[in-house]
Write a protein that binds this ligand. Structure first.
Ligand code: IPE
Ligand code: IPE
Ligand code: MG
Length: 231
């Protein structure tokens, strides 16, 4: 029988954090100010999401395609990520949250990758939840990497085995995908994983996406009936 209406909290939530640039533009500020406001919102919202009972939170912070943005915007983003991993690993560790990163890290500056690795290692023991940042991430690239790994292993794979070769291989299925910032598209995020996720799109620009609106999204999720193709 199909899984009925559930007053449950989604176990794995992902957010496409879009709209930082437009948030800044509205205020006549440089795009970098929007990214800083977005990062601050991301830190507070992550804490709120885990307090709500979400166990896995996956955040789209930088796509592989975003790497063709102007150099000064990218350098500003890398600076924010360095700061994030340096200043937040300890706090997350204290809360029992593991940090994780998915994406093609070879596309990022080497020193940033070192900082990321230290953050991931230092929080590895956390048992309360996992916060995964998608950086230099692309869903198609992830699928191609998994295909190549399967070919290297020289044996046909089932869908379940293939799933474990994805960068999200250790993370449970995606339940709920939120996108802020008005666009109604996936922009190459979690293409495989979104197969049976519930979607929530909002016009709110990410720096304005409040804890209260996140709660509203959770209520929307709870009111849905997931059938997974069954009746
Ligand atoms: C999302 O905000 C953050 C990144 C892609 C790094 P944008 O920078 O895409 O903001 P908009 O879409 O231009 O408003
Ligand atoms: C998606 O937003 C990537 C992130 C939020 C990190 P974009 O702003 O890059 O998406 P498009 O270009 O509008 O599709
Ligand atoms: Mg955008």
């Amino acid at each position: 029988m199909a899984e009925k209406r559930q007053n449950r909290i989604p176990r794995h939530v992902a957010i496409i954090m879009d709209g930082n640039g437009r948030w800044a533009k509205k205020r006549l500020l440089p795009r970098g100010a929007g990214h800083r406001a977005g990062l601050e919102r991301m830190i507070a919202l992550s804490e709120h999401a885990f307090d709500c009972g979400v166990e896995y939170l996956t955040l789209y912070a930088l796509s592989a395609e975003n790497l063709s943005r102007p150099e000064d915007e990218l350098q500003g983003l890398f600076r924010l990520f360095r700061e994030y991993f340096t200043e937040n690993a300890e706090k997350l560790k204290a809360k029992g949250i593991r940090l994780n990163v998915i994406g093609d890290l070879s596309l990022l500056p080497e020193d940033l990758v070192g900082i990321i690795r230290r953050g991931v290692e230092s929080t590895a023991g956390g048992g309360r939840g996992a916060l995964t940042l998608a950086l230099a991430y692309g869903g198609r690239q992830e699928i191609v990497a998994a295909c190549n790994e399967a070919v290297r292993r020289g044996k046909e794979v089932t869908a379940e085995e293939f799933e474990r070769l994805l960068w999200t291989g250790e993370i449970p299925p995606l339940d709920f995908l939120i996108r802020t910032g008005r666009e109604v598209r996936l922009s190459n995020f979690l293409l495989w994983q979104a197969a049976y996720a519930e979607f929530y799109f909002t016009d709110t620009l990410f720096p304005d996406f409040s804890d209260g609106e996140f709660d509203e999204a959770l209520r929307s999720f709870a009111a849905r009936e997931r059938r997974f193709g069954k009746v």
